[in-house]
Design a protein around this ligand. Structure first.
Ligand SMILES: Cc1cc2nc3c(=O)[nH]c(=O)nc-3n(C[C@H](O)[C@H](O)[C@H](O)COP(=O)(O)OP(=O)(O)OC[C@H]3O[C@@H](n4cnc5c(N)ncnc54)[C@H](O)[C@@H]3O)c2cc1C
Length: 443
């Protein structure tokens, strides 16, 4: 077989993709010495999906997924754990499904990339050669972006904003231990950051917990921004459900509610305009940047990794792709939905590239749901396509103020279905049945 026509390629892709070619005995992916090697660093929303889709469509490719943790604890839906709508365990996902597909899942931390030798090194002392490298390491926290904050202080004032389960558990335990009448302080970050509506869904979930369990308590938000994602519908929920609990302080031109410093001993937080709040529980979410391995690979420019919107190939390093939160795809928000959508384009681009076949136009999509109160869920989303070196949004939609309760309830059911579907897609396992009843109700 020499050339595959565009129509044949599409037919094959529809009928099991390039894997169908492989099972016919012909491999488009052989390189000089054996099957091409694809190494993926980071087994989250972006990386796990890339591994799944490449191996599914091209079983003869040598696919290695390097992921630090044996269990992925999703950040998405972690606010529901804080609100009492889900257990911490329900956020956990293992890598068995990807292993059973034939992906080499290595639980180790990638510490360096030699892009001239095309080699990834790990903390465990191993080296992995690649023909194509995919980086989806998510975010690292910029601990020094707030005076007084540090990795050590994050144990007292957790950010709970990464895949580490420990931060989520600490924050929840602090809320459980707090006296009724206490003050929770929530410090959201400045743009750009992981999950734009995340801190505000979290505010609703914490406030729901306080309202139902510790109604004399307060939640003070000290925000460096003037505005935030889904603001009309989230502000409506603050007013409707949590009027006596949430105090929202948005910054103005003078940046007044940016946090200037904090003291982990007294738990006092001071803003640039001099407002002082003493917290019983402080959830401080600092600025963020691309995961360290992207820096080591030379893929960053400032805090994030510039990429080609056609395929999420790094603009800085050849044969390396960066996707998910580590990439700066300005118009697309940093979300699990976005990362999963980008992953499918990356997988298909790598397969076309290795087989030296035609690439198809990239199409991306995002939807972000936020739970505001029991059965009251709002969403925002859009489609994206490359245009003039950027990602052009179209077909955008966002929940509106005053929507009927059944619309919001349907959004919630949709979001539960999405969580099951995306995690099944990431970890190559069948979609589970409806979640247990106790995960559906709050309190
Ligand atoms: C509170 C909160 C709520 C959210 N809600 C939503 C939501 O409702 N919908 C939505 O779509 N998104 C949501 N998100 C955002 C979503 O979690 C992220 O956008 C998504 O996880 C990004 O995927 P990723 O692959 O870039 O990173 P991650 O999913 O974080 O995966 C990165 C993985 O890489 C691993 N890793 C990093 N460095 C290395 C290394 N050097 N070696 C080996 N492994 C490494 C990490 O252990 C991690 O498992 C939310 C986030 C938060 C914090």
């Amino acid at each position: 077989m020499s050339e595959i026509s565009r129509r044949d390629f599409a037919k094959l892709a529809g009928a099991g993709g390039l894997g169908a070619l492989a099972s016919s005995g012909w491999s488009p992916f052989a390189v000089a010495q054996g099957a091409a090697k694809v190494v993926i660093v980071g087994g989250g929303a972006g990386g796990a999906t890339v591994a799944h889709y490449i191996k599914k469509d091209a079983p003869e490719l040598d696919v290695t997924l390097i992921e630090t943790n044996p269990i992925y604890s999703s950040s998405f839906f972690s606010n529901l754990y804080l609100g009492g709508f889900r257990t911490l365990e329900s956020l956990n996902h293992a890598y068995g499904g990807l292993g059973r597909l034939g992906i080499k899942v290595v639980h180790d931390t990638a510490t360096d990339v030699d892009t001239s030798k095309k080699m990834v090194k790990t903390k465990g002392g191993r080296s992995y050669r690649y023909d194509r490298l995919v980086l989806s390491p998510g975010i690292d926290i910029k601990y020094d972006s707030i005076q007084g904050y540090s990795r050590e202080v994050s144990r007292i004032m957790p950010h709970a904003y990464t895949t580490a389960a420990v931060g989520k558990r600490q924050l929840k335990q602090q809320l459980l231990a707090m006296r009724d009448g206490g003050t929770v302080v929530l410090v959201p970050p400045n743009n750009p950051y992981r999950c734009p509506p995340g801190p505000y869904e979290r505010a609703c979930m914490i406030a729901h917990y306080l309202k139902t369990r510790k109604p004399k308590s307060k939640l003070v938000i000290l925000d460096p921004k003037k505005a935030f994602s889904k603001q009309p519908v989230i502000s409506e929920a603050f007013e409707r459900y949590y009027k006596d609990i949430i105090e929202l302080n948005l910054s103005t031109e003078i940046d007044d509610f940016s946090v200037a410093s904090l003291d982990p001993k007294t738990k006092e937080i001071v803003t640039k305009a001099g407002k002082r709040v003493k917290a019983d529980v402080a959830n401080v979410i600092p600025q963020q940047r691309a995961g360290e391995i992207a820096v080591k690979a030379g893929c960053t420019e400032g805090d994030w990794c510039p990429v080609n919107p056609d395929n999420f190939a790094s603009k800085k390093v050849k044969d390396v792709y960066v996707l998910g939160d580590a990439a700066i795809a300005v118009e697309m928000p940093k979300s699990a939905f976005s990362a999963n959508s980008q992953a499918k384009v990356v997988a298909s681009d790598i397969l076309a590239d290795l087989a030296k076949k035609e690439r198809f136009p990239a199409r991306y999509r995002n939807t972000c749901w936020s739970l505001l109160a029991p059965d009251d869920n709002v969403k925002i989303g859009a489609n994206y396509a490359p245009k003039d070196g950027k990602l052009d949004p179209s077909g955008g939609f966002v929940s509106q103020k005053g929507e009927p309760a059944d619309v919001r309830k349907q959004n919630y059911q949709e979001s539960i279905g999405w969580y099951e579907a995306i995690t099944a897609d990431m970890f190559a396992r069948p979609v589970a049945a409806a979640p247990p009843a106790e995960q559906k109700k709050g309190g």
